[in-house]
Design a protein around this ligand. Structure first.
Ligand SMILES: Cc1cc2nc3c(=O)[nH]c(=O)nc-3n(C[C@H](O)[C@H](O)[C@H](O)COP(=O)(O)OP(=O)(O)OC[C@H]3O[C@@H](n4cnc5c(N)ncnc54)[C@H](O)[C@@H]3O)c2cc1C
Length: 389
């Protein structure tokens, strides 16, 4: 098995981490194929929650993350009118899981993974946009738009949520589902301190939401969200003007981060996820990350689950006799956890982007009475499932 030629489709968080994990498990014939001319950095920043940190320390990557990642202590919830709703203690989640959570820019995380890939001499073939996958006996064939065809003993489909060719091969359809809200995302780097406290701030409106995540005193990222149909006219409007209009009367923190963000770096994203699918593999092709189980950003766990996949996939493949046995074990281990996270993300999005004023009032009232200590414990319980000791 260790001599298998492994092709990884996609140089996102999932594909790169899988390559690193496979190398650590002793696999040496690994090639990564990416459609773009460089690795993707979609998204402003992410929180590497303690569950993903635990995996990254097994992959000897955590010291690099610690150097640039930010510490975060609390996840505070506020109404748009500035009333405090409640707060989840992140340090308690961390100590339950036994690792530390970090906030980091997408670009920095990608850079850390790419440097490791480079150090391990794992080739990345850019400008390889896969168009078709087929299999014959124990070989997978991948045809790229540039006319090149490659073959591999194992194909890992890490080609994301929006149009995964691997998911199409495994599942026949690869249609993501629009969840009726959009995000504007941005990153702030300022010369003066903007984020005095290390707390994630989550502001709730009615059909609208704004979140701010500090990385350090000068750097952080944010996401403004709004319930909207696909192809709304908001898409083509000047984002800063629009964001001031939508969120300008909320907390002064929000106004400040919007004002400090370079307009050309604000991205408008229509947010999709996937229904869980019963099978993640077919012949010698196996899906990981968003291609297998894309959860909404409201789950906070998309990239973290791709990182967990990478670790489990490599650990299982290392010990398995056959690819079929490995893929089946991998899916069995990962399905329930990733499905629970996908559903939690959907439920939270339904509540936080609900546009009915009566619902929102009731939601906020209940949220103020909630027991945040047990909420944190329940989150930690789910996120800590099946992690290495
Ligand atoms: C707005 C937003 C905010 C988010 N915030 C967070 C967060 O805070 N925390 C978190 O944990 N997660 C977050 N996520 C989710 C996270 O981005 C994904 O779950 C994570 O990136 C999944 O990694 P992946 O490698 O599976 O897919 P991706 O990162 O999407 O990588 C897929 C790669 O495959 C390549 N590819 C696609 N098709 C082909 C093809 N045909 N041929 C070759 N290459 C191909 C793509 O170019 C890309 O490089 C967020 C998502 C969104 C949309």
């Amino acid at each position: 098995m260790k001599d298998s030629e492994i092709a990884i489709l996609g140089a996102g968080v999932g594909g790169l981490t899988t390559a690193i994990a496979l190398h650590q498990s002793g696999f040496r014939n690994i090639q990564i194929y990416e459609r773009r001319n460089k690795a993707t950095t979609i998204g402003a920043g992410i929180v590497i929650w303690a569950n993903a940190s635990k995996i990254l320390s097994r992959l000897n990557l955590i010291s690099e993350i610690e150097k640039i990642g930010g510490s975060i202590n609390e996840m505070q919830r506020w109404t748009e009118k500035g009333e405090f709703i409640g707060s989840i203690n992140i340090n308690e989640i961390d100590s339950y899981i036994g690792a530390k959570s970090f906030s980091i820019s997408r670009k920095d995380l990608q850079e850390i993974l790419l440097q490791k890939i480079d150090k391990l001499n794992i080739p990345i073939h850019y400008n390889h946009n896969a168009q078709q996958i087929s299999t014959q006996k124990n070989t997978a064939f991948i045809n790229y738009e540039n006319g090149i065809e490659i073959k591999a003993d194992i194909l890992v489909g890490a080609d994301g949520r929006m149009n995964s060719i691997a998911r199409k091969y495994v599942n026949v359809t690869n249609q993501p589902i629009y969840q009726n809200f959009v995000n504007w995302i941005g990153i702030v780097e300022s010369e003066h301190p903007v984020f005095p406290e290390n707390n994630v701030l989550d502001y709730w409106g009615c059909g609208e939401r704004f979140g701010i995540v500090p990385i350090n005193k000068y750097k952080g990222y944010w996401a403004g969200g709004k319930s909207l149909p696909l192809n709304s006219s908001f898409k083509n409007q000047n984002p800063k003007d629009l964001l001031f209009e939508l969120f300008g009367s909320w907390s002064p923190n929000i106004k400040e981060v919007i004002a400090l963000t370079n307009e050309e770096n604000i991205k408008y994203i229509e947010v999709f996820d996937h229904n869980p699918i019963p099978k993640w593999y077919r012949n010698n092709v196996c899906l990981i990350g968003d291609a297998a189980h894309a959860a909404l950003p409201t789950s906070g766990q998309g990239a973290c689950q791709a990182i967990e996949d990478a670790w489990h996939f490599a650990s299982i493949l290392e010990k398995a006799e056959t690819t079929e046995e490995a893929f089946s074990q991998f899916q069995q281990l990962r399905f329930d956890k990733t499905t629970a996270i996908t559903m939690a993300g959907r439920n939270f999005a339904k509540s936080v982007f609900n546009e009915d004023p009566q619902f929102c009032e009731e939601r906020n009232k209940n949220a103020k009475k909630a027991d945040y200590k047990s909420a944190g414990k329940n989150i930690a319980k789910l996120w800590s499932k099946d992690l290495p000791k």
